[in-house]
Design a binder for this molecule. Sequence first.
Ligand code: ADP
Ligand code: ZN
Length: 678
Amino acid sequence: MSAATLLRDVFGFDAYRPGQQEIVEAVVDGRNTLAIMPTGGGKSLCFQLPALVRDGVTVVISPLIALMRDQVRGLREAGVEAGALTSGNTEEETEAVWDALAAGTLKLLYMAPERLASGGTITMLRRAGVSMIAVDEAHCVSQWGHDFRPDYLRIGELRETLDVPLAAFTATADAETQEEIIRKLFDGQQPATFLRGFDRPNIHLAFAVKDGPRAQILNFANVRKGQSGIVYCGTRAKTETLAQALRETGHVACHYHGGMDAQDRRDVERRFQQEDGLIVVATVAFGMGIDKPDIRWVAHADLPKSIEAYYQEIGRAGRDGSPAETLTLFGPDDIRYRRQQIDEGIAPPERRAADHTRLNALLGLAEALKCRRQNLLRYFGEDPEPCGKCDLCDKPADVFDGTTPVRMALSAALRTEEWFGAGHLIDILLGNETDKIRQRGHASLPTYGVGKDYDRRQWQAIFRQMMGHDLIRPDPARHGALRMTDAALPILKGEASIELRRDTIRAAKGLGPKVRQMVSEEDAPLLSALKAKRRFLAEQAGVPAYIIFNDRTLIEMAETRPRTLDDMARVGGVGAKKLDSYGNDFLSVIAGEVEDTHPARRKLAGRSEGQLYDRLLAVQSDLQRGPHGADKPMSLSASMLAKVAQLRQADRDGITRLIGERHAERFGDAFLEILAEA
Ligand code: ADP
Ligand code: ZN
């Protein structure tokens, strides 16, 4: 498989982060490599991905056992044969690693440096067909640094014995450390070295809220007539209509997407490469092979799906170092669309959560109040000065104190126990007497009707900005209901204020009609989740989706939200056979992900401690944010809870010793009460 395919299919990323691609290519090519990237920049991918492309085993030396185990777990979940030899292993684990090594199926072998001290290890590695060594935290080889690990000094010898390429990674960039790494790991031979700031200072950054998006794009292109540019669109259909519109206004433009046949795509690529001043209107399919240095501008007609994708796409402009311009349009529909795309995808839950986080980062950038470049580069681990080359440096945002409306919105969410989306919350704030408000008695809430200073669209813009600032997040387990994050607490408590952009609220007034939804905004996320489940089951059974349940049935499920199989049986289209085959699958979607029983709890199954554990867990979740629901969330691990249930401490001191001061303060009394009853 190609590196690009692996990036997507195994790691679930839609683009490289800055710097990764060059490093991956060098490592895949088998060159000795030294890569210096900031923490959080994504170093692990730079050896994990090449390990999959290359034959044989890659040995990864890392000083942090917990981190190794994490990575191994992550890789195995992604279907990669990886194992670790660490002091933390059980005997079976070690056994399994040896077996996989002997069978030649292992792709990545993580190892603590201490292992290298035993001669047996090196002999074993020689036999195992090691084809590459990767060294994480390579600065540990530096005797002058505070992370010095003497065993790292054996790595150089390992490299010589095995005679394979070595890739070293660190976040420490100073020249002496680099020099020492090269001397000790590479025997003084200069490796291919990657130390590059992520900034592309010649690229101007700008975002705008959609306000007649087609005209916005045409205007942007009109003042850059004759320059080569790319317009990225969210859908194939849009690439065609927008290219047409550009041609009608006198541009040379063509469309490009993955649905075109290979020959047509190659034609566009070739023309773009050769002609000057061509505009390509494309989906993200356009770009991988594009190596044109003088692309003068990149516009996004729709919001990209992550901050990484954004960076990669705008990064295609201005490779020659001359000034280049970018413009990214976004609106509430984009946010909803991107979220839905993630939620409806078939990726496992952790991966979806990570995708949401990367989308959030992009939204934060879109809603930024100060220098965009600072915001962008901080995400990638750098901390630059304000740039002077972005829309917000050019013209400071028009802001107002948004503390009051934000607190109103938070309060509406909290008083309805964080079970609703923006649509219903806005109805509450505006005092709209909808059916739903009547049914749930929400007209009696203190927040009912307090938000009449703003109209619906303005409230939507406020909610959009709150999401951008990550004060509220849609919770996939609650079908997109908005839940407050910790970042919002100080605002809620009156300890902090927040500025919002007035200009983007004003612009929001001009938005076009909303996309038509099959169900209310409230139920839409659940319907998406149900459809995702249907698609999954249909694929599994090899039948068309409607054979499982038709849309009407799913809509009714989303609206009535059955909680039991009996309820489910009453939904139109759910016959006995289907109830039997699929009832539970769909119930679990409606009830939220039915959590897998934690192994610590499973061990207690059928014992009185099991019930005790459940009661402890329940009161812990009641108190998670403190007695008034306004404190920092806190909880014990499942295995600690199991211990509390098993050891049955009878007094405050005993409990405190077991779970620690901080946790005892929050949970101690409640736990003692339960233990006393048991
Ligand atoms: P480092 O070791 O450099 O501190 P990691 O390798 O742990 O960083 O990566 C940091 C985070 O970035 C991880 O959560 C990882 O999943 C994520 N990440 C890495 N590469 C990408 C990518 N190309 N796109 C999106 N996320 C990525
Ligand atoms: Zn700036």
